[in-house]
Design a protein around this ligand. Structure first.
Ligand code: PMP
Length: 359
């Protein structure tokens, strides 16, 4: 087998044991004589599989019983609309923190449905930090506060959970399952699957049950969290293969020791890259140290004319998908749960060597 080191921001690397198991089970899932993709979502087996995936996620994140767990299709971007449609009416006010490209997209979508107040922003610093807790406050009448704990493109993370008297809604797409999360501090957590959960096209929503049931009348049925929760995520035909794979990933994380264990390894991985970047003049990362992402590490080369050579040499060394997002340029290494320490060490060695050869 000739697996490459994959630093893609998403769809991202999946744990190899999960891919192996899925390949073993592809033709005949658990003695059913069918692929999991070929079975009715209403069958006892697939309902049980979905329930088992949910139970595993609940154990991993210590999700209390007064929260619903929903699997929905459409990715995280669809939730940018689902959030206001489920939680706010057109004449309400909702609050957003703006810390980068994904915050902006969430804001732009919410503006289509309700009145958005951007209560804090790090735009002035070109999103190299997050607004400090004491730098922003909420207007009295907002329905919720939305923020993005980890901005995948800028590589910026919140090192605190915003305090608010209203439900806190978090787009955790690029950091869910990378560390323990204090779920009761959130009204809604949502995430696209294609980083730390499973294949693209699936979103996971964790919502406090008391927030269900007030979707606006014009909320499409498919985006109504209450309908999804009432139907065990089977209002329509759900992405069963995605849920199956997510279940295998949850099982794999549990076997690794859960989110505490993930967090320890993820901190070591990120430190390996940031230490190198900070001690080698050949590389730079503009993000304020305490706001640096543990999952997405953007970096630039001192001489950007070497960018192409860097990417070509990296690819030749089987280190893939290191090109930074088109909006910021440079490089980005995404080091989600499935990218193990040896992959990150291999990248660090490559970076040191490339700097020596070209510095
Ligand atoms: N939010 C964040 C933080 C993301 O990183 C992404 C995808 N990279 C999205 C939302 C959008 O996700 P999707 O493509 O699943 O809609």
């Amino acid at each position: 087998m000739n697996r490459a080191y994959n630093f893609c921001a998403g769809p991202a690397a999946l744990p190899e044991p999960v891919l192996m198991r899925a390949s073993e089970e592809m033709m005949d899932w658990q003695g059913s004589g069918c692929s999991v993709m070929e079975m009715s979502h209403r069958s006892t087996e697939i309902v049980a599989m979905t329930e088992a995936a949910e139970a595993s996620l609940r154990r991993l994140m210590a999700i209390p019983d007064d929260y619903a767990v929903i699997f929905q299709q459409g990715g995280a971007s669809q939730q940018f609309a689902a959030v206001p449609l489920n939680l706010a009416h057109s004449d309400d006010v909702v609050a957003y923190l703006n810390t980068g490209q994904w915050s902006k997209k969430a804001i732009a979508e919410a503006q289509r449905f309700t009145n958005v107040e951007v209560v804090g922003s790090s735009q002035a610093s070109n999103f190299t930090e997050v607004p400090k807790a004491e730098e922003w406050s909420l207007p009295a009448n907002t329905r919720y506060l939305h923020y993005c704990p980890n901005e995948t493109i800028g590589g910026v993370r919140f090192n605190y959970i915003p305090e608010a008297a209203v439900p806190v809604v978090a787009d955790m797409s690029s950091m869910i399952l990378s560390e323990p999360i204090d779920v009761p501090r959130f009204g809604v957590i949502y995430a696209g699957a294609q980083k730390n959960i499973g294949p693209a096209g699936l979103a996971v929503i964790i919502v406090k049950k008391s927030l269900l049931g007030s979707a606006r009348s014009d909320c499409p049925a498919m985006l109504d969290w209450q309908k999804a929760a009432d139907n065990g995520s089977m209002y329509n035909t759900p992405p069963t293969f995605g849920i199956y794979l997510a279940g295998l990933v949850f099982e794999w994380i549990e076997a690794q020791g859960g989110l505490d264990a993930m967090a320890v390894v993820n901190r070591r991985k990120a430190a390996m890259l940031y230490d190198l970047i900070d001690t080698n003049d050949f590389y730079a990362n503009p993000v304020e140290v305490e706001s640096r992402s543990l999952m997405n590490v953007p970096f630039t080369l001192a001489d950007s004319s070497l960018d192409k050579a860097f990417l070509a040499d990296a690819e030749a060394a089987r280190l893939l998908n290191l090109k930074g997002h088109r909006s910021v340029g440079g490089m980005r290494a995404s080091i989600y749960n499935a990218v193990d320490e040896s992959a990150v060490a291999t990248l660090a060695e490559f970076m040191t060597d490339f700097a020596k050869r070209n510095g």
